[in-house]
Design a protein around this ligand. Structure first.
Ligand SMILES: CC(C)(COP(=O)(O)O)[C@@H](O)C(=O)NCCC(=O)O
Ligand SMILES: [Mn+2]
Length: 978
């Protein structure tokens, strides 16, 4: 594979491509139990639907140049592929809505897996039935989810508010069959009252209370939000609305809230709220806590069982130090009046700065040695080494000012600001440590808006803690530092049940405003697309450039005493919005679960490539930036190339580029960054600007072309002995994985031939040995050796990748082989589109079409509830017991080319029961992520490496991972070699 080879079509398969096939055996025995039969439902609808689709479709022959020679015969049979046909399906599904409520279920654009808790009984449409988006009244839905909580401090008002997901009460046949077979999984959690939705974080200056109330009023947050049924129905709820609030302002401004918004503030104790907020964040958000030393941010994985006790230091206007022993168990052990208010108050007087952030920004250019008396000033430039103080240690903050005959105006505001910042930060760090020492606490978490994600402040505090504790205690910071109180107040609405949620049920997303410097960012709008686009356009009009990547300053310290220069000093500082920029919107998806077959969820890390490596980050940044214009073209074309689509495409490109630039500047800005996060961010940005599926027409075209040649392939396979067939099948998967629209090398290849030509050429070149080649072990497990036959796998999960040849000519034939050998097969596909990946929503149609040419697929698809046998008479109510093992489809809960096994859909988690084989296919799912993942059962990772750099990178690590590869023996509990 390493040397390019000319083939008959006159083009080459570049040396970029390297097939990889890895098998990994289990570390644990997995219990095997018998299959459960699914019952089939509503066959009549399906049959007539099939006919109408077929009849209509024959008028729409598959176009494009991809169909060559022997493909044309079958094209009239292709079941789906035009917009009309989708409409058919849509109509049908809408007819299936519950109790006459037209469901929104035909739209697959939701991060599905989230189970709405809406009570739709008695639902009725209000107003005009012809209206495209009629208001639906849900009279029995209790609307008692409160949407807003406040923390009104001396300087800032912090808001946490909740907006519901647009839930999809989809109830299609695939889902019903899965539910019937596997039941509904709810992990180990008690039932939760919280709905799927989003938590937003917003702040205002306390001096601008009116702006804050305008914001609440414009979004109707005090009435449960614009998305609340009562608001949409135009019902003005009773005047006794109660909003949870904490902080001194909850008392001070209670009357103003009552007067202007008609709401009563229900006051919650500030300390209770701080602790509840901190405990919640530390347990529920994976990348919440981090250390910050010498400019380096490092996320700390907190073990839930080993969280307490800790010291919580909340640095607001003043400082509170709280010893936390558990949920609701704490004691305020100390505090200091020298805090954020001191810095801002003194700073304002001394520098005439107009805002806290302006003052902070000044410190970036400051030199504190102009004001501070250093050890070296006293010791003639020398260290006082006997007691461990370097010359640069501050002996006395502002001490130099006493000996010099200077006025305030003789000092630079920048230097004053830095001296002040260091004085206060050191003092807080030192007092915190002394209290930690007093109570024997090793961990100190710092929160509060004084910190503002400001690197220098954090470095200074960390240094103080480290210095005084001689490295025994560690300062940690929280990404949602300023919102602890507000979150705690939000959680004090008991009915929310938020405290019961875990890390895997939160997905953090970054709104398009996140990467921008400056501007008043009051949080993302509640789904108003136009507002989002205008937001982007506003920046363009103002000529504001996307933040240019700023190189990270090299870390530097000066020995024992402290640092000379702030090591984290950059040239830009995010202004007022700074703290909000490092946190996104938390999506609550109560149904997400940890994949139960992960061998060790605690140590599992999905990403193979660590983007904290600067060269890696730069490489992937360039790759994704270069790919953006082409992606925009595809996305715009997928929505008919309208002006609206162009405008959205433009906004998408700007938002995504800005995110990339932001991450180049500060890779850990949004939490720990791996390649999978970047790839997912791109898909999320597309969705943010309402691109439903950028590759939809490409996927349909490739599905059609591939389905047309499938019968020939199946015939070819059936003519082989089982040894050759297995090899050909695996070669076929690897060859077909070349159809990847996310890879530049592949897209270049597509200009050189039709899909079938490329597939054939690729298959011809799949000579072994592959780059990682574990085929012999797999073959032995599948076919046995000599006379010794092996029992078949019980149930296999096949994580499929791309649409077109990849699924149709690659994975489906492999699935068919497993089915033929008696293995139940579950095809696992994306919940949402990502590049040209096939989705779980699209798969049943593809399977149905493939099943027309294959009895094995047909019977298994029927057994799995994907198809309904035309011979079954729906009237007699009898469900024919199928002799075949079932073929099923489940969604994975993802909308990304990669998969993070810490957060999968509940239906996938349920389907994992009894599974003894996992097949991960494609670069995204088996190489970029999960290359190092271990499972409780046998696992295969199959992918065509379509990126030269990745191939090189993997070549480095392949040597290291060979210890993982060994023959899956008879005894599935055989130990993994050390
Ligand atoms: C996005 C992808 C992981 C998708 O690959 P797949 O999972 O479909 O095999 C892959 O296309 C990729 O890594 N692209 C990188 C860009 C490039 O090589 O051009
Ligand atoms: Mn893919």
């Amino acid at each position: 594979m390493d040397t390019p080879e000319t083939i008959s079509h006159g083009f080459k398969l570049p040396c970029v491509f390297h097939p990889i096939f890895i098998s990994i055996s289990p570390t644990l025995v997995f219990t095997v139990v018998g299959p459960v039969r699914s019952s089939l439902t509503n066959p009549k609808t399906e049959i007539s639907d099939c006919h109408s689709i077929r009849a209509r479709n024959s008028q729409h022959s598959a176009g494009g140049g991809l169909m060559a020679d022997n493909q044309t015969n079958n094209k009239n049979d292709i079941r789906r592929g035009t917009g009309d046909l989708q409409e058919d399906k849509k109509d049908k599904e809408e007819g299936e809505g519950e109790k006459g409520v037209p469901s929104a279920s035909s739209n697959p654009m939701h991060r599905s897996g989230s189970r709405p808790q809406l009570d739709v009984s008695g639902a009725a449409i209000q107003g005009d039935f012809e209206d495209r988006n009629p208001t639906i009244l849900l009279p029995n839905q209790s609307d008692d989810i409160s949407h807003l909580a406040l923390d009104i401090g001396g300087s800032l008002i912090k808001l946490v508010y909740f907006s519901r997901h647009e839930e999809n009460p989809s109830n299609d046949r695939r889902k019903r069959a899965i539910k019937q077979r596997f039941g509904v999984s709810n992990g180990n959690r008690r039932s939760y009252p919280i709905l799927g939705g989003r938590l937003h974080f917003v702040k205002f200056e306390t001096g601008k209370l009116n702006e804050c109330m305008d914001f609440i009023s414009s979004k109707q947050l005090h009435r449960g939000g614009i998305d609340s049924p009562s608001w949409r129905a135009g019902i003005r709820p009773a005047d006794n609305i109660i909003i949870k609030a904490t902080g001194g302002g909850a008392y001070k401004y209670a009357d103003v809230f009552k007067e202007r918004l008609g709401v009563s503030l229900d006051k919650e104790d500030e300390m209770d709220c701080l602790v509840a907020g901190a405990n919640f964040l530390l347990k529920a958000i994976r990348h919440e806590a981090f250390t910050h030393m010498e400019g380096q941010k490092e996320f700390v994985q907190i073990d839930h069982n080993d969280l307490f006790p800790y010291l919580l230091v909340n640095v607001g206007s003043g400082v509170s130090m709280i010893k936390v022993d558990g949920d609701g168990k704490f004691q305020r052990v100390s505090g200091t009046n020298v805090g954020g208010g001191t810095y801002w108050g003194l700073g304002r007087l001394l520098t005439k700065c107009k805002s806290f952030d302006e003052l902070l920004e000044l410190s970036q250019q400051g030199d504190n040695s102009k004001l501070d008396m250093l050890v070296g000033d006293i010791y003639g430039g020398m260290d006082y080494s006997k007691i461990g103080l370097s010359a640069s240690t501050i002996a006395s903050s502002f001490g130099k000012a006493i000996s010099e005959n200077k006025e305030l105006s003789d000092y630079r505001p920048e230097d004053i600001s830095l001296s002040l910042l260091r004085m206060i930060s050191y003092n807080i760090g030192q007092i915190s440590y002394l209290n930690a020492l007093r109570y024997g606490l090793k961990r100190i978490f710092f929160g509060g808006f004084f910190i503002r994600g400001h690197a220098y402040t954090m470095d200074t505090i960390s240094f103080a803690v480290q210095f005084w504790s001689k490295g025994q205690a560690q300062a940690m910071f929280l990404r949602h530092e300023g919102f602890l109180g507000a979150l705690g107040a939000f959680m004090s609405y008991e009915k929310h049940g938020l405290d019961d949620l875990m890390a895997h049920q939160f997905v953090e997303r970054f709104p398009m405003g996140a990467p921008y410097v400056g501007g008043k960012i009051h949080g993302p709008p509640l789904g108003d697309l136009n507002e989002k686009i205008s937001w982007m356009e506003k920046f363009v009009q103002k000529g504001m450039k996307i933040t240019a990547p700023v190189p990270m300053a090299p870390p530097g310290t000066t020995g024992l005493g402290g640092f000379d220069r702030p090591s984290s000093k950059g040239h830009t500082l995010r202004s007022d919005a700074s703290a909000a920029l490092n946190i996104g919107v938390l999506h609550l998806i109560p149904s997400l679960e940890v994949f139960p077959l992960l061998a060790d969820p605690k140590t599992y890390e999905p990403n193979t490539i660590d983007l904290s490596d600067r060269t890696e980050l730069e490489y992937w940044f360039a790759v994704l930036s270069e790919h953006t214009p082409d992606l925009v073209d595809k996305a715009v074309a997928s929505e008919g190339g309208t002006d609206d689509a162009k405008r959205r495409g433009d906004a998408f490109a700007r938002a995504f580029s800005a995110h990339l630039a932001r991450l180049m500047e500060e890779p850990a800005a949004y939490g720990k960054l791996g390649l999978a996060n970047l790839l997912e961010l791109r898909e999320e940005c597309l969705r943010e600007f309402q691109f439903r599926d950028a590759y939809i027409s490409i996927k349909q075209r490739e599905n059609e072309a591939s389905l047309a040649v499938l019968p020939d392939l199946l015939m070819e396979l059936d003519g082989m002995n089982e040894d050759d067939r297995l090899l050909t099948l695996v070669e076929g998967v690897l060859a077909a994985n070349i159809f990847d629209w996310g890879s530049r090398a592949c897209v270049e290849l597509y200009h050189k031939g039709t899909i079938i030509e490329i597939y054939r050429m690729s298959r011809k070149k799949m000579h072994r040995p592959w780059r990682v080649d574990d085929f012999d072990k797999f073959k032995e497990r599948m076919l046995g050796r000599g006379e010794k036959k092996r029992h078949p796998y019980k149930r296999a999960l096949l994580f499929v990748d791309n649409a077109g040849a990849d699924i149709v000519l690659g994975m489906l034939p492999l699935a068919r082989e497993l089915l033929r050998r008696g293995t139940e097969v579950v095809l696992v596909a994306n919940s949402l589109p990502a590049l040209n990946d096939v989705t779980a929503y699209e798969l049943p149609e593809i399977v149905a079409e493939a099943a027309k040419h294959c009895d094995i697929l047909r019977k298994s698809a029927e057994a799995g509830g994907l198809l309904v046998d035309a011979m079954v008479n729906p009237q007699d109510g009898l469900k024919r017991e199928s002799a075949s093992v079932p073929l099923m489809v489940v969604e994975n809960g993802c909308g990304s080319p990669c998969i993070d096994f810490r957060q999968v859909s509940s239906e996938l988690a349920a389907a994992a029961k009894d599974v003894d084989l996992i097949i991960l296919e494609g670069m995204g799912r088996s190489l970029h992520t999960n290359f190092n993942a271990r499972f409780k059962c046998d696992a295969l990772k199959l992918a065509m490496v379509k990126n030269k750099r990745l191939a090189e990178k993997l070549a480095e690590v392949v040597a290291e991972i060979t210890w993982l590869l060994y023959v899956a023996g008879d005894n599935p509990s055989s130990p993994v070699p050390e």
